[in-house]
Design a protein around this ligand. Sequence first.
Ligand SMILES: NC(=O)c1ccc[n+]([C@@H]2O[C@H](COP(=O)([O-])OP(=O)(O)OC[C@H]3O[C@@H](n4cnc5c(N)ncnc54)[C@H](OP(=O)(O)O)[C@@H]3O)[C@@H](O)[C@H]2O)c1
Length: 342
Amino acid sequence: MTQNETQNETQNEARSWTATRTLGRSGIEVSALGIGCWAIGGPWTMGGSQAGWGAVDDDESVRALHAAMAAGVTFFDTAANYGAGHSERVLGRAVAGRRDDVVLATKFGYGVRDGERRVEGLAVTPDDVRASLAASLRRLGTDRVDLFQLHVGDLDPAVSDDVRAVLEDLVAAGSVRAYGWSTDDLARARRFAAGPACTAVQHQLNVLEDNPEMLAFCEQAGLASIDRGPLGMGLLTGKYDDGAAFAADDVRAGGAAWMRYFVDGRPNPEWLRRIAAVREVLTSGGRTLAQGALAWIWARSPVTVPIPGVRTVAQAEADAGALAHGPLTPAQLAEVSRLLGG
Ligand SMILES: NC(=O)c1ccc[n+]([C@@H]2O[C@H](COP(=O)([O-])OP(=O)(O)OC[C@H]3O[C@@H](n4cnc5c(N)ncnc54)[C@H](OP(=O)(O)O)[C@@H]3O)[C@@H](O)[C@H]2O)c1
């Protein structure tokens, strides 16, 4: 492709880019970028293991969420788990007085010991789901959750049928507008989507962890793809090299089996190598590496909504800055795939 052709393609892409999305079949409008609120929950444990991202400054978290809103972000994703209720409270503080300007997603399914900073076991009976919603509404300071998501990614599908039935009741009652499942399992996502008010799947997606099957399913079923881990827990920002050192209560320091980005608290060298291979394409056009990683997600499908986590105003502004650039071009997407051996 000549330089002129590349330039034309970039201009055409920028023209067709709208920085908003309709959330699946719900009709709910959101910014194409959401903000993830896991880290701002502060420290907590799950089944006795560290599950938070270390200490946080709540005032800075609120300022970061306000900065995201000022930059056009309207969608925020949290969970009852994060900080065992703390993240929801901080988000509630941030949206006080602006509730109608934002779309709030939260999650349920675990035994949250509010005030104790710990989560133990499952909470997925119909009574549990209703009680969890009541607690989330209280902490968020609202009368409705826009997107209520089942957090237990590997829940027994037969149990999920009962959960889905309760969620349909809650939608009919008006305290939930739409629901989804945070799962990487296609069969489970498909089963949940049989519910008429199911509108989204939250799943892992980033430039080094593609999921074409889930994206194709979301497109075909009319669901939003809410993309977690879009920055590889910080690795795709380029700031972590071999010298990274995390606090002991940061989940990235531990050696959890599911942790792919960091190994025993250090960046996974294989990931660093692959990031180096695509850095030039991702940072073209004046994007930071993180903005390029978000642009890759938008280029993958028009139903994607990446939800990078942030801890500071600077991160919120930098990530929201990706909205102005829009998606990578099809040629850049193909180039990334080629460089990664796809
Ligand atoms: N099972 C589930 O449902 C599930 C699982 C995982 C995540 N999620 C959701 O997805 C959201 C995002 O995924 P994630 O938390 O795994 O991580 P991520 O979005 O891939 O990475 C977020 C982290 O990267 C760093 N960062 C963000 N923007 C930056 C910037 N511009 N410059 C430098 N560093 C930056 C921050 O951490 P540091 O400053 O500490 O490096 C931030 O906490 C979560 O908050 C949560 O809402 C859901």
